[in-house]
Design a protein around this ligand. Sequence first.
Ligand SMILES: [Zn+2]
Length: 306
Amino acid sequence: MNKLNIIMYHYVRESKNSKFPNIKSLELNDFKDQLNYLKKKYKILNYQEFLYYSEQKKIPKNSCMLTFDDGYKDHIKYVLPELKKRSISGFFFPSARTIMENSILDINILHIIQSKALSEKDLVKDLNFLLIKNNFSEKEIKYFQKNYFYNGRYDSKYIRYFKEVLQNMKLTSKKNKILEILFKKYVKIEINELADSIYLSCKDIKELINNKMYVGGHGYDHVRLGRLNNKDQEKEIEKTIKFLKFIKAPIKNWLMCYPYGSYNLKTIEILKKKNCLGGLTVKVGNNDFAEDNLFELKRYDTNDFI
Ligand SMILES: [Zn+2]
């Protein structure tokens, strides 16, 4: 039976010439090569085709779909022109807050700090110092060390610890303070000076849509839905739909891309009630419409696909 391969992209750029050359990204030239390869070997589905085939519960031979998460400026600057040149359609999933409020997501603040840290060990030292200074108890810090200090699939134990501690911390003034201090120390500018250059604007989104690209939901605050209570999940999803409506993207048969790949049964239940057609995870693999649940679509990271 034919399977659908969904490929996941984040940053795509000429990283040597960028402000933050150490942020892990896909090089523009590699992206172009990948598109040429895919175009030769695969049928690259657009949104209408995805709708059609999911309804038919059939997938054409060698088909794939390109998804771009987080709404980076890269997507208008580098991705759209390359897709247009090849008449390929992509699926874009920006988080609403970056566009509506022009503010930077925690995950991107972490990427930038990390890219500027010369020593990963010192970064962890600084973080631990700030935790103590901000009244985290010894017990909490011990918990962090026990649960987060180990080598990950892509990250060293230091970076893993740094990201997990801060990603799992609730958004409070304490967290903001810690992020601001680290950002200032490592990046040497204020956080809010950067938002414009990182994310798509409303105008960029319009341009994507005018060029027949699909724009779907990636949450409002880019939080892990699977860890929210039912009421907060519902709120987050409603705000996502409000955003889609605002940018004039489809709100019937729309697609949700779960931030951090996090969701649970309740998420799916809410989405189904809200005219959502399917959800994209970060689980690795390909998809079979006949058996698989459309709300648990698997993806390949661009670096793992070819
Ligand atoms: Zn994301």
